[in-house]
Design a protein. Sequence first.
Length: 244
Amino acid sequence: MDLSIVIPAFDECRKISRDVEAAATFLQANKLAGEVVVVDDGSCDGTAEAARTVRMPPAVKLNVIRYEQHRGKGCAVRTGMNAAGGRYAMFADCGLCVPYHNALKGLEMLRNGACDIAHGSRRHIASDIHRAQPWHRRALSQAFKSTVRTLLKLPPELADTQCGFKMYRGDVARELYRECTTDGFMFDIEIILRAVKRGYRIAEFPVEWTCDPDSRLSVARTPWPVLWELRRIRRAMSDSRNPE
């Protein structure tokens, strides 16, 4: 299998069918043997049922995983990556903020050995931003970036750690996500730190991006859980560097 596409979803019944169809169309159009793995993170609106109704091309497999308790995006992506069987694996947020054809750029980087992990980046000089985030989301993003740089030592060349469009060598994804423990939004940071620790190469590629106003990331509710997760990640990575 060439590529596994993981789509984490929480209360996305209005979007998920379109997302699954777009992912399947991308695989079929580019002659990629693949699968779409939808992980329903304890939705209450029939997200999993809506995903299962999508008619798939014969060459594309659909795997819909649902668990009852809402755990967070990190848990959903981890669950999907652990179930993914592709030589390459990626995850993409619901809403098609980044069209799937952008994945060809990252896939080529992985195939030619330029990197082990390829991140879509909204801050890449060649990225095309069709609709930017509102000012309050941009302010939150800047505060987040500053906080992360203060608390954790991330590779300075990574300009956009939170874009929901990331690709991996399949074996690398399965290794890193098996060890990841962050259930919330900050799982990306833990994965990056674990990748750096193992010497995996991370590179960014440009994307076309459109802000989705129907986001599950709340400016009002998110800051304190985010800070807690970052501190917990810092402790966990420190403990792993200094075993007793």
